[in-house]
Design a protein around this ligand. Structure first.
Ligand SMILES: [Zn+2]
Length: 409
């Protein structure tokens, strides 16, 4: 098996807040074989001299939509699935080249894309999927305009969600997604920006429906993730047993404390609103949606403070659509207005790994983990924005394979 020995750099352990000198890392095949503060005996390994650069785990984005090839999600759902799949391959490749070696897809990606990555057909990040998100009629996956009563294109790859109403239908929806390979279940439990007929404040699904989905997920040993913005929606989701709280822009202190006690993980996605505010309209976001951006954008930074102070772990999320995927990495500097760099690094590694249920396998440089790693020119603990410019990423390795290596030159 191919071995690589990384030496002569500084190691970033996301559990700490300072870089470590004098560490060596041995990669064998697709995994990290050994990490040591003493010289590793790697006679058959190819030595890679880091020349003082930073070796860190590959990044994990815990909220993406790889099949959202357009900002206009209604139009995206009407595209041929073959076209969506091929565009998605490009979107995923760009994610990998930004240093994201694993992404958790929060609606749309299917088992076929996951297998395509595993087979090496697509050079993209490892995928963790929920299949189609479950949403109610008139909810956040219902992209039809007010007077359009045609059925949705639920079967196409470009459709991010499926409509379920009532306990039987949400159970069926959850069971079908699990059968089709979902790693967890996503529900839309609150109004959203990208859908036309649901204001942000509306609650979606009944408590009974949410509890039923949580039971279905728990039955197979996984969890439910909910799209939630308002304090009332977040509180209800936590009370119903939802584990992964997406967005959370309008959360208040008491609810955050309740979420912390329940062991939930939040996944803020502030890059999405920055991206939409900058260019959403230009790329076809409808006026109904544009009007909603500010409501959630305003709460964003405040929510980070509230979540941090309450002790709710935060994963890294970007939640970008279509032409806005290029803003995936600005989440680092947006969060840095409120959070310390080492907290953000932890979000994009250890905490996101937890939401992928791959603790110890990704987001860490420890023996036995996948050899997903980056060599960075700079110290992310001192300046988090070094992770935003691809030119600072000198090496991108996933599964022990180089996707970029500028060190050898
Ligand atoms: Zn999303």
């Amino acid at each position: 098996m191919t071995q690589y020995l990384f030496t002569g750099g500084r190691l970033l352990d996301p559990a700490q807040s300072e870089l470590l000198d004098g560490m060596e890392v041995l990669v064998e095949g697709s995994v990290i074989k050994e990490v040591s503060d003493r010289p590793i005996n790697g006679t058959s390994a190819t030595r890679i001299d880091l020349a003082g650069k930073t070796l860190m785990p590959g990044l994990v984005d815990a909220h993406v939509h790889v099949v959202a090839t357009l900002v206009d999600l209604a139009a995206n759902a009407e595209l041929p699935s073959s076209l969506v799949a091929l565009r998605t391959a490009k979107i995923m490749n760009a994610m990998l080249m930004r240093g994201f070696t694993t992404v958790r897809d929060l609606a749309g990606a299917d088992i076929g894309l996951k297998l395509a990555v595993e087979e090496g057909l697509i050079d993209g990040p490892r995928l963790v999927i929920c299949g189609k998100a479950l949403g109610q009629t008139g909810g956040h996956t219902d992209y039809r305009t007010r007077f359009d009563n045609r059925p949705l294109h639920e079967a196409s790859l470009g459709a991010l969600g499926r409509i379920c109403n009532g306990i039987d239908e949400v159970r069926r929806g959850a069971r079908e997604e699990i059968r089709n390979g979902a790693d967890f279940i996503k529900i839309m439990a609150n109004g959203g920006v990208a859908s036309p007929t649901d204001p942000i404040h509306v609650l979606q699904f009944s408590r009974e429906e949410i509890i039923a989905v949580v039971e279905e997920a728990n039955n197979v040993g996984t969890y439910v993730s909910a799209h939630v913005y308002t304090d009332a929606a977040i509180r209800r989701a936590v009370e119903c047993g939802v584990h992964s709280l997406e967005h959370c822009n309008l959360i208040e202190k008491e609810t955050a404390e309740l979420a912390a006690k329940s062991g939930a993980i939040a996944c803020p996605t502030l890059a999405a609103y920055e991206g939409l505010a900058m260019e959403g309209e230009a790329f076809g976001l409808k006026p109904d949606s544009v009007a909603k951006i500010e409501t959630v954008r305003r709460g964003g930074l405040r929510s980070l403070e509230i979540l941090r102070d309450a002790g709710v772990p935060m994963a890294y999320g970007s939640d970008l659509l279509g032409q806005l995927h290029k803003y995936q990495s600005i989440e680092f500097s947006v969060r840095n207005k409120v959070l310390a760099a080492n907290e953000i690094v932890k979000s994009a590694t250890l905490i996101s790994a937890k939401l992928c249920r791959m603790e110890g396998q990704i987001g860490t440089l420890t023996a036995g983990a996948f050899a997903d790693l980056l060599v960075v020119d700079g110290n992310p603990f001192e300046k988090i924005s070094v992770l935003e410019q691809p030119e600072n990423l000198k090496v991108i390795m996933k599964d022990g394979r180089f996707y970029k290596n500028e060190l050898a030159a």
